[in-house]
Design a protein around this ligand. Sequence first.
Ligand code: ADP
Length: 763
Amino acid sequence: MRPSDSLHSPGRLLQDHESFPVHLIDLTQPHGVLMVLEQTTFTITQISENAACHLKVSPQTLLGQPLLDLIEPTTSMAQLQNCLETCTPHPSYSSIAISVAGVTQHFDGLIHRVNEAIIVELEPASLQTVVELTPLQNQVQRAMARLRKLEDITEFLHAAATEIQSLTGYDRVMVYQFDDNNAGEVIAEVKPAEEVSYLGLHYPATDIPALVRQLYQQTIVRFIPDLTASQIELVSAVPAEAPLDLSQAVLRGVDPCCIEYHQNMGVTALLVVALVRNNQLWGLIACHHRTAKFLPYVVRSACEVLGQLVAAELMSKVNRNELAYLNSLQAIQTDFVDSIARAKDFKQALIHPVPRLLEVVSAQGAAICLDEDITLIGNTPALADVRALIDWSMAEQPTEILHTNCLSNVYPDGGHFQAVASGLIVLKISQLRRYLILWFRPEVLQTVNWAGNPHDSVDVADDGSIVLCPRASFEQWKEIVQATALPWHPAELANALALKNAIVGIVLNKADELAQINLELEHRNLELDSFAYAASHDLKEPLRGITNFSNLMLRRYGQTLDESGVKRLKTLVKLAERMDRLIDALLKFSRLGQAELQFQSTDLNVTLSRVMEMLQTGREGAMPPLQIQVPRQLPTVTADPVLITEVLSNLLSNALKYTHKSEPTIEVGYLDPADPHILSQEIAADACVIYVKDDGIGIHERHFQNIFRLFKRLHERDSYGGGTGVGLTIAKKIIERHGGQIWVESNAGEGTAFYFVLSCEEK
Ligand code: ADP
């Protein structure tokens, strides 16, 4: 179907309406002649059928003739030729006089290029009221000066409508603004006193389809001097291959939907000037006249100039207002981010002082969710509702930010708390964890005054399809809009995202700082180990000297010294020997921090029997053989076998030492995965917990940590066979270097159990 076929019917399927190709219409308005020229010879290939009215010859006569042959020799031929040769897709003006059959007529010509063709549109100069250019220019300049002075946007728009009305002489001039959904509202109006006002009325988006909005962006001015006039077909020498694109043609025919729509409003002449901001159609200045009314080209041009000035001024005023708001948002944001960065606990910084988190996006309520911990601030839904909302947003919405000003549209369960949360922003701080901030805005009940019931534009055809027909009535029709909050401003959403980036940055910085501290700690520990090693190593030599000299003195002067002198010398030797043992222990301990671990598969049964052999050799001859219970075969672990031998040896020798029993019961084993010890600790699945249990003197709970400290003994120096207080410190260091942990459980007087974790190969 050609677009023009459907032009005879204003009703149109809803799905066709938005993209209906109104620019491909092959009809023109009758107040001028449209001709299409071949681009090199300027031969007329198509012409509107009304040529005879304006040029006094039939269109058929003109088809195939070069346009320049018709040009009155007085017209500046060179200027027109230049205009034709250099024409662009945007129309340019040329005054043209055409002579046909001895009659000369004057026209305002508009020339532009479409693909390979040139379109020339002629509006008879005789039709035009004599418009003197200078007063018109003065009028536009005065209007501009007046408008520039007005700061208040409402006042400014009203003044702009007044100026356009005085330029055009049209009955009613309205300024119409589009919202985010392309519905429009009349925000300024000048009209005759007796006419009903459209000020404040809303128009559904379907009133101006997408393609028409797009055309307004390109052409700025649309002029239809008589909506009742019959439209004119184009005739061509040979049938056209493709429909002609009349997007930029001032004489472009009118969509019947548009005709019926305006006629239902009582409008016969129409002039629309588009207000474009940042390449977006911000609004329109619509001029209506009850009767047919032609406007000369110069007046329309003046309107276009004024329209562009209004758009520029309006944008700078809107931008200024917006900038002030953006600056205030930015200030809150900077202060906020700064205090979060300095805070130890970023959640506290988010919460205190309360209004800040709300002000950052102008919300009335917020929720901070850090895993299971949810904190509510200001006016929010109940905790259970917030939790459910979070579950939904985690499951449904993978984006880092989600926002709506009508929550119940996307989340029907939100209906019962729409009063506090019709507006919602969900900001995901982490992709892995349940870290989110939610902001809420309350429902704002709005009364929207529609220009006629917008639902009246929609009809259902016999086959069930939805048909749009222009409304018959534009009388005010009120609608109460519910479950809707004030929309989120792009700057508020940007602020929310910036906050997320700041939080992520701060958290990452903190993690970096922690990693840096750990690294330094590691270095320090290594330094400390090598210092301890060097110090203890160097101490050994003078100590050896003290022992040797003391022994020498005992041998040489033992006879001459009195009894107490000998006793003191012997104590000196003993103390030096003890110091030597302590230094050995310290050396061993510091070496542990420096040596590389030799990880290998280590069968603990083998390690245990080696330790038992060593311990057995240390026992006095009279003592019974060492008995250690092993309830089941021990596992094989991945460990340094020499060091694990050291651990077992220390634990077992303690179990033998710290008891009053001559034959203590000692057990070595490992725990089952279901053992409560395992469940209560964080232990990896491939690890095993080995224990050494005795029935000795036990340890008081208050010493459970102390006993692992260097040189810490709980008893007199020489009681329980003496000791250096290093054995458990070494065991702890070895296990921790294996990535495991060691702990003690004990009841004083009943016995002790040491547990340690190693990575297990097989059990
Ligand atoms: P040492 O045995 O050389 O004193 P350790 O570091 O091995 O040093 O032990 C530190 C202290 O922990 C011991 O002095 C002792 O008081 C206590 N201890 C260690 N093992 C046991 C045990 N099995 N039963 C009771 N007390 C123990």
